[in-house]
Write a protein that binds this ligand. Structure first.
Ligand code: SAH
Length: 252
């Protein structure tokens, strides 16, 4: 059976997912706790990557090398930087780019040296399944939360996500990130701190990867406010609803 890894960056993002594991066993390795078990008839391993690209890359390599992960799913939160990407929306990634990578003048800006590319594409089949799971799993969870906490029903987007080792919380920084990416032909919907690293390690190993992020903030001065409350009250139940649906439709 194919082992699926489910990676989250923060404990609050993982809450709810862990409860679904049947016959969980706990393994400590490389400073992480890996939870192995079954979910809806699938072999799964759950782990927290911790925050940032290096932490996420190290976690992903360990997942593959030590825990036999053959597919990787990331669930987490992100700042919305694309037009119309609002708090409470969900973004399914098509591809990732590192907004803080600049190896010029040796390579073009954003290009990953010796990979001959700037973006890392997600697996099409796995991402299509995830998008399907968001569309069918989110409305129920979203309806409940948008009445209590959010003003509008959650939108669903698909596209490029930009990763960098920076919590973006200033409109001027958002503007620079957007403008510079656009100048190189890239339009990012959201900004976060891990996805591009996970995507690159999965690319190295030829492992399918898909990712979803609930938009927790607009990467402005309010971004840090109630961050933890949002993750607990909205992003964590969203992730549970979506991943549960994903597990139901994922081929064995
Ligand atoms: N408050 C947390 C730290 C959050 S770091 C703590 O105390 O532990 C932000 C996390 O959310 C990262 O995993 C990142 O991927 C994501 N994220 C959400 N909004 C972001 C933003 N505006 N900029 C960058 N990362 C963001």
């Amino acid at each position: 059976m194919t082992t699926l890894a489910i990676v989250s960056a923060l404990l609050d993002e993982q809450k709810g997912l862990l409860d679904q594991l049947q016959q969980p066993t706990q393994h400590v390795r490389a400073g992480r706790t890996f939870w192995c078990g079954q979910w809806a008839g699938h072999e799964v391993v759950l782990v927290l990557s911790k925050v940032g690209k290096v932490a996420a890359a190290s976690t992903t390599a360990t997942l593959i090398e030590a825990f036999g992960a053959e597919r990787v799913l990331f669930t987490g939160v992100a700042g919305g930087i694309g037009d119309g990407v609002k708090v409470g929306d969900v973004v399914v990634a098509d591809a990732f780019i590192q907004h803080d990578l600049d190896p010029s003048p040796f390579f073009p800006r954003y290009e990953i040296p010796l990979y001959d590319r700037a973006t890392m594409a997600c697996d099409e089949t796995l991402s299509a399944l995830l998008f399907e799971a968001v569309k069918s799993g989110l409305p129920k969870a979203g309806d409940h939360f948008h009445r209590d906490i959010l003003l509008e029903a959650p939108g669903v987007h698909r596209g490029l996500i930009a990763s960098g080792d920076q919590f973006v919380c200033d409109p001027a920084d958002v503007n620079t990130i957007r403008t510079d990416l656009q100048a190189a032909g890239h339009q990012a919907l959201a900004v976060e701190m891990e996805g591009a690293a996970v995507a690159q390690v999965c690319f190295d190993y030829g492992i399918p990867f898909a990712a979803m992020r609930t938009i927790s903030d607009r990467a402005d001065a309010d971004a840090h406010m109630d961050f933890s409350a949002f993750v607990q009250q909205v992003a964590s139940p969203y992730a549970l609803a979506i991943v549960s649906q994903f597990m139901r439709i994922l081929p064995k």
